[in-house]
Design a protein around this ligand. Structure first.
Ligand SMILES: Cc1cc2nc3c(=O)[nH]c(=O)nc-3n(C[C@H](O)[C@H](O)[C@H](O)COP(=O)(O)OP(=O)(O)OC[C@H]3O[C@@H](n4cnc5c(N)ncnc54)[C@H](O)[C@@H]3O)c2cc1C
Length: 194
């Protein structure tokens, strides 16, 4: 099997022996296919009491306000430190609303408390594989790219033409996101007739 290491930056080919074999598949690595086999499903209900549980679920981070979950979204619109604070994310939400997408962000953003951790894209966040990934004010650290490199099309908007994300982008836009976003929203709204 091929195993993704270091956030997908290294692909290790390994041979696994032993019984039983247990493997996990990285999200979005392969498209789901209908199996000709049928499985014999068995219900297992272990006798667990409250006293046995040392770990409990305190919260579930589900779909966003737009109703589109980050991991499954066809369009993901992410913001980084260049957003300069939580306020500008209202523009990303507006654009996501028009395009039927979900809002994501970099770790700097979640660490600063501008957005919840559930929206973080990357090695220690959610790995996404949308048709379109829009990155505003994100430099493109390897840990962030690990979460968005499966996107079919990546558009990066950055004031710095030398930012690492520009080399990963299908379309690299050198511009100030704060002036570009209102124009993009207007154009997207007009194109959608919304
Ligand atoms: C173990 C580990 C795990 C990590 N996991 C993750 C992870 O899962 N996800 C993640 O994202 N990071 C992760 N990181 C952090 C990562 O290394 C980077 O620090 C982080 O991704 C940088 O976030 P950023 O791009 O928003 O900020 P910065 O690197 O500061 O980049 C900000 C960018 O915004 C641009 N900019 C500034 N103003 C404007 C403007 N007005 N218009 C347009 N562009 C502008 C700048 O030119 C710059 O390129 C991890 C780090 C470690 C060590």
């Amino acid at each position: 099997m091929t195993r993704a290491r270091w956030g997908g930056n290294l692909l290790e080919r390994s041979k696994v022996t032993g019984e039983p074999l247990l493997a996990t598949v990285q999200a979005h690595a392969v498209a789901a296919q209908e199996s000709p086999e049928t499985a014999d499903l068995q219900t297992f209900a272990p006798p667990v009491t409250d006293a046995d549980l040392v770990v409990g679920i305190v919260d579930r981070a589900g779909a966003q306000a737009t109703g589109v979950g980050l991991a499954e979204a066809k369009v993901v619109i992410s913001g980084g430190r260049g957003m300069d604070g939580p306020e500008a994310f209202a523009m990303l939400e507006e654009l996501a609303d028009i395009l039927g997408g979900a809002v994501g962000c970099s770790r700097v953003v979640t660490s600063a408390g501008w957005r919840p951790h559930a929206e973080q894209v990357g090695q220690t966040g959610t790995k996404v594989a949308p048709e379109l990934y829009l990155a505003f004010g994100i430099s493109g650290a390897t840990q962030h790219i690990a979460g968005c490199k499966s996107a079919k099309t990546l558009i990066a908007v950055n004031t710095d033409a030398q930012a690492p994300i520009m080399t990963h982008a299908d379309y690299a836009v050198v511009d100030n996101l704060h002036t570009l976003l209102p124009v993009l929203i207007e154009k997207a709204r007009a194109a959608k007739g919304a």
